[in-house]
Design a protein around this ligand. Sequence first.
Ligand SMILES: Cc1ncc(COP(=O)(O)O)c(C=O)c1O
Length: 421
Amino acid sequence: MNPALSHIGNQMSRLTGVRAIMKDIIETLRSGAGREFINLSAGNPLILPEVEQLWRDCTTELLASSEYGEVVCRYGASQGYQPLIDAVVKDFNQRYGLQLTDRNVLVTPGSQSLYFCAVNVFGGYCSNGTLKKVVLPLSPDYTGYGGVSLTPEALLAYKPLLDIDESAHRFKYRPDFSRLEIDETTGCVLFSRPCNPTGNVLTDDEVKKIVDMAEAYDVPVLVDSAYAPPFPSLNFTDMTPIFGSNVLHCTSLSKAGLPGERVGIAIGDERLIHALECFITNMCLHSPRYGQAIAARAIASGKLADISTNVIRPFYQQKFQVLETTLDRTMPDVPWFLHRGEGSIFGWLWLNDLPMTDWTFYEQLKQAGVIVVPGSTFFPGLCDEWSHVQQCFRISLTGTDQEIETAMTRLADVTKQVYQK
Ligand SMILES: Cc1ncc(COP(=O)(O)O)c(C=O)c1O
């Protein structure tokens, strides 16, 4: 059977970004019979015992309650399971002094689907034929944005400025406000904070500036808060979630131990929420309710926020320290720069003047038994020619301390060899 695919069918049946290279990684792991690889490519969070226990406890409570049948044996509202919506409203109002009502919250089946809906609701071709752009103000950013638009030409990412500390071998990306354009041709703005892959956290002022620029044109700003406080709180630097009439604060429970249940949450203006809610109804009626019901308990009890700050954050912050101390100790005298570790579950390494592409380096590192992700997969929507795109690597913090240390020592050896040639 060789069905003829539609234009959109062709586009959506191809994998983009990291998903595309995962195939190579899986084949490498399979074919390496007898060979041990240290795989630091994963975006899958580790299972932390305290976090798993929280979800077990919430499940036990749910199973014992009369609510169980209502949760799994019946259809529900597209907007989400009411106790979860109520728990989110109460938590965010108390924590951030907001005046949210239940009309300001939408639950989606994972936050990836939320971006899919939003990018196509606010971006793409309008009925008058004009193209509304989906602006990514700071590239690199989450690879998953690369596949969400049904109109790929709508995606427009901006090259950042680089704040470099030469002697410390550290750097940080900053939005280039001298180039960033948000105007009547913009459909929405989207960025992750903390950022996957770089661990960058846009400052409060940078976010406010972007939000103000967008507000002038009634443009929604989607702040992908998959790693942000209050859960999973994977920020290692202070940051305040920013809210506003044109801000859609988008969160996810995936990095708080529940990726399998697919719970994404959007918080924002009622009109933005309503448009997305209709899209969800058309797409899948509503998000699955079991994950929502246990999430409602974990949020309402305050336990999810507690575990996030007391268990999840310190766990990954310590992993980042292992990564950076090992690199500081072992890297040769070449222009290498680690992005400031401000959050997320990744390190981002830039090898300036790398005498080969990121893909070739990735292959050589595989020969040394280490797998990281070539950085060029993280620049969706960037049109500028920029050698930097092929000089970076995402290193997942999901290994043991020993694995991270060994992998970074081997990476330092490979770096030395390739710069010497
Ligand atoms: C920045 C960012 N946004 C969104 C997602 C998608 O998360 P989910 O669909 O599991 O909520 C991820 C997953 O890795 C991510 O890293």
